[in-house]
Design a binder for this molecule. Structure first.
Ligand code: ATP
Ligand code: MG
Length: 211
């Protein structure tokens, strides 16, 4: 039987380990002989990378949350059209570091943009493409933020106050209550090593791949 393509996304506050874990997941699926493609948001296309520059540039302090919403959505629309939809149609697994859930959490809950409006925009921008599974890596905020700033210069989004990040986390938890089978919270404790987190993620992924 032909394998069905599926989109799997990782979410969570800064420094929770998304990029580290998505690379490990990519290697794991490759070893299992799956056709898998790894991408990230915003970016992943020429236009999307240009939008990413605007969004993460510390000089662009005047961007409003609605402008951010539309820019993230524009980058996502381009990524779906050029990369994700064609690969899913070919039966590939596409792994994406963040998705529209991040726009709901950051610009919606963090930036007070109407979360339902963001979700309806996302429906159009993604041509209805939905992740088969989204994993929210829920690491205590302060730990993640410390890890994020220690490994790179804090970018525009990471400089925001702790209160903002708490609202972002509330946003992710709101999505989990709305869509508990797609959007799953993975509790990560500070002492969980990279390998331990990888094992937790593998359990969730295998459940979806084998269903
Ligand atoms: N389980 C872990 N234990 C200790 N350190 C970790 C763990 N996972 C990741 N790290 C380290 O924490 C830092 C942040 O990880 P990573 O870049 O994967 O997070 P992220 O969620 O992608 O962050 P961002 O939102 O900023 O893109 C990195 O230096 C990484 O090596
Ligand atoms: Mg990252």
């Amino acid at each position: 039987m032909k394998k069905k393509g599926m989109l799997i996304t990782l979410e969570g506050n800064e420094g929770c380990g998304k990029s580290t874990q998505i690379k490990l997941l990519y290697q794991f699926l490759k070893k299992k002989q799956r056709r898998v493609f790894l991408t990230r948001e915003p970016g992943g296309t020429r236009v999307g990378d240009a939008i990413r520059e605007i969004l993460l540039d510390n000089k662009n302090k005047s961007l409003t949350a609605v402008t951010e919403t539309l820019l993230y959505m524009a980058s996502r629309a381009q990524l779906v059209e050029e990369i994700i939809a064609p690969r899913l149609a070919k039966g590939e697994i596409v792994l994406c570091d963040r998705w529209s859930d991040a726009t709901v959490a950051y610009q919606g809950f963090g930036g007070s943009v109407d979360a339902k409006w963001i979700q309806s925009l996302a429906e159009k921008a993604t041509q209805g493409v939905k992740p088969a599974l989204s994993l929210f890596l829920d690491l205590p905020l302060a730990v993640g933020l410390r890890r994020a700033v220690s490994h790179k210069k804090a970018d525009r989004m990471e400089r925001k106050a702790l209160l903002f990040h708490q609202r972002v986390r509330q946003g992710y938890r709101w999505i989990a209550r709305q869509e508990p089978s797609r959007f799953r919270c993975l509790q990560i404790v500070p002492k969980d090593s990279i390998e331990v987190v990888h094992e937790k993620i593998k359990l969730e992924i295998l459940r979806v791949l084998e269903s």
